[in-house]
Design a protein around this ligand. Structure first.
Ligand code: MG
Length: 390
């Protein structure tokens, strides 16, 4: 039986992964969650893993009490980063699904790679912060990295069987988010509620704001660079409001191959879990005739400076992408707490990149070094927001 360890069980990818795992009759041997104890306890009762991890010791106790009334035999309960790493390296797990939010996933994802497992990555941070390290370690330990992020999963499908030298370009599609048509001068005034209204996908708060600024697409460009080994100028972004074409590749002869599907993450999740096999998946089918029209536009970079910032970080290399990611996380949180304006998000990221460019971007040699830079950037950005904005 195929066995799975799941990092981030209670988030939107986690819930969809458990649905797919149940359909495939795979076994969940370990899983982790942050603080949603009630849902996590229900999931543990249903999937009966051997090992579970929760964010901290306090929650571990609450979880244990909640499980005592549900189960005869409790799973082993661990917590914190060590707990996440224990889930990621569980000896019985063949596949690890990495779907935590933010920088938290970096170390456990690397540990899963080092234990030579198939690692299905849904969170962008490990590849954005330390993409080169992740791919080098994967090659060294014979680990397979399979993307769940819908665009990269689409690219993986398009690239199947193609010779990389015959591929001219990767083209990531973007819905454009809720503000694709909003004039630049109005963006400074948009509210948190408006930014949280994504037109096509249901996702967590952080990634929904990233879609509204289009930083999400910028992070995806960096992710694609490491997953598929193409240079920054071979990766393009195309606005496609319907989110039906999940991404495309252009070949040297001009032929373009696209992957299409409904906006349901269970398809990319199952693809990553069962690759290279394809298995039936009983979900509503894509009905192109009822959709009728697919539209495409070039991204308006003046209104979405986050895209250019991401390309800049990728070209700078070294620790710059980790800085971009940390600065963006701090800025998005500040926006969600209404401490800064929507348009300040890109400004915070820009000053953080200016800073690392001045100090020198270095080379990424270890996760510890990346986490240190992550911490320094967060401190710098919080100070910047506190003292320079408002
Ligand atoms: Mg995506």
């Amino acid at each position: 039986m195929t066995t799975v360890a799941l990092l981030g069980a209670t988030g939107s990818i986690g819930k969809n992964t458990l649905d797919v795992v149940a359909r495939l009759e795979f076994k969940v041997v370990a899983m982790s969650a942050g603080s949603n104890i009630e849902l996590f306890a229900e999931q543990i009762e249903r999937y009966q893993p051997e090992l579970v991890s929760i964010s901290d010791a306090k929650y571990a106790e609450v979880l244990a009490n909640s499980l005592k009334v549900r189960l005869k035999k409790l799973p082993e309960i661990v917590h914190g980063t060590a707990g996440l790493c224990a889930v990621a390296t569980h000896p019985a797990a063949k596949i690890v699904v990495s779907a935590t939010v933010g920088a938290l996933g970096l170390l456990p994802t690397l540990m899963a790679i080092r234990s030579g497992k198939r690692v299905c990555i849904a969170n962008k941070e490990p590849l954005v912060m330390a993409g080169e390290l992740m791919t080098l370690e994967a090659a060294k330990h014979g680990a397979e990295i399979l993307p769940i992020d819908s665009e990269h999963n689409a690219l993986h499908q398009c690239l199947r069987g193609e010779n990389k030298r015959e591929v001219r370009k990767l083209i990531l599609t973007a819905s454009g988010g809720p503000f694709f048509l909003t004039p630049a001068e109005e963006l400074a005034k948009v509210s948190v509620a408006q930014a949280l209204k994504h037109p096509t996908w249901q996702m967590g708060r952080k990634i929904t704001i990233d879609s509204a600024t289009m930083m999400n697409k910028g992070l995806e460009v960096i992710e694609a660079r490491w997953l598929f080994g193409f240079a920054a100028d071979q990766i393009d972004i195309l606005i496609h409001p319907q989110s039906i074409v999940h991404s495309l590749i252009e070949l040297i002869d001009g032929s373009v191959i696209a992957q299409m599907g409904k906006t349901d993450m269970r398809l990319p999740i199952q693809y990553a879990l069962t690759y290279p096999e394809r298995l039936p998946l009983n979900l509503p089918r894509l009905d192109l005739a009822s959709i009728g029209r697919l539209e495409f536009y070039s991204p308006p970079s003046d209104r979405f400076p986050a895209i250019q910032l991401a390309y800049r970080a990728l070209r700078l290399g070294g620790l710059a992408p980790a800085v971009l990611n940390a600065a963006n996380e701090v800025a998005v949180e500040a926006f969600l707490e209404e401490r800064i304006k929507f348009t300040d998000i890109a400004e915070v990221v820009k000053v953080a990149l200016d800073r690392i460019e001045t100090y020198g971007v270095g080379r990424v040699e270890s996760v510890e070094q990346v986490l240190e830079e992550d911490k320094a950037t967060r401190y710098f950005c919080n100070e910047y927001i506190r003292t320079r904005i408002r």
